[in-house]
Design a binder for this molecule. Structure first.
Ligand code: PGA
Length: 238
């Protein structure tokens, strides 16, 4: 399974480094065989010699150039990073990224062979408008995206569940994930208020291949506990 932490705009460079070091020790000491991904804030990026895979939360579709406030391939490559988060709802809804911009980013980093964690998900009013409207909305988030890309991971993250403590029912997650699997066979993560006390149930749902965790991942013990849940579930599967 894929257990990932989106640290968003949290932690200093020092805190991030301590977090990754502690997490890495935890993975080794406990023989964790799950994929653990961490997306630190841009100023805390570094060349981490760790089992934990480090990715960027965002980057512009450029090698370098005049794009104030952005980072590009040159800055990412310095740290040997080959993983990127694209289409997160905060970038869509707070930073105003359009599907066109997102698709451009996707294709740029796809051509470079990056592992892409691509986020989709609907806001509350769309969810309340019914399933057809919702699936139509989510389908548009696949526009311009190569759903067969071999290094693709998709994260289904309902916008209304992010940072709110609200979570769809397990039945709903199962239903939506099975629909999304018909669009792409890529591993499919669930994200949105995943916590230490609900991760196990969510990870147990059919077609959930992992989780993308925000606020709860800031507490390293909680994040470790989710990794342990994934590890234990995997064992039960065998
Ligand atoms: P949350 O965020 O876990 O705080 O809801 C998830 C995300 O935005 O990826």
């Amino acid at each position: 399974m894929i257990i990932s932490a989106n640290l968003k705009t949290n932690f200093t460079r020092k805190q991030t480094s301590e977090y990754i070091t502690e997490l890495d020790a935890f993975l080794s000491e406990n023989g964790i065989s799950q994929d653990v991904l961490v997306f630190p804030t841009a100023s805390a990026l570094d060349r981490f010699e760790a089992k934990v895979e480090v990715g960027v939360q965002n980057a512009y579709a450029t090698v370098n150039g005049a794009f104030t406030g952005e980072i590009g391939l040159e800055q990412i490559e310095e740290f040997g990073i080959k993983t990127i988060l694209i289409g997160h709802s905060e970038r869509r809804h707070i930073l105003g990224e359009t599907q066109e911009v997102i698709a451009e980013k996707f294709n740029f980093y796809k051509e470079l062979g990056f592992k892409i964690v691509y986020c989709v998900g609907e806001p509350k009013d769309i969810r309340e408008a019914g399933k057809d409207t919702m699936m139509e909305y989510i389908s548009k988030q696949y526009d311009g995206i190569d759903t067969t890309y071999e290094n693709l991971i998709i994260a289904y993250e309902p916008v209304w569940a992010i940072g709110t403590g609200l979570v769809p029912t397990l039945e709903d997650i199962k239903d939506i994930h099975s629909e999304l699997k018909t669009k792409s066979k890529a591993p499919l993560l669930y994200g949105g208020s995943v916590k230490a006390n609900n991760a196990k149930d969510i990870l147990g749902v059919e077609n959930v291949d992992g989780v993308l965790v925000g606020s709860a991942a800031l507490k390293i013990d909680d994040f470790k506990s989710m990794i342990t849940d994934a590890q234990n579930l995997n064992k039960e599967d065998r």
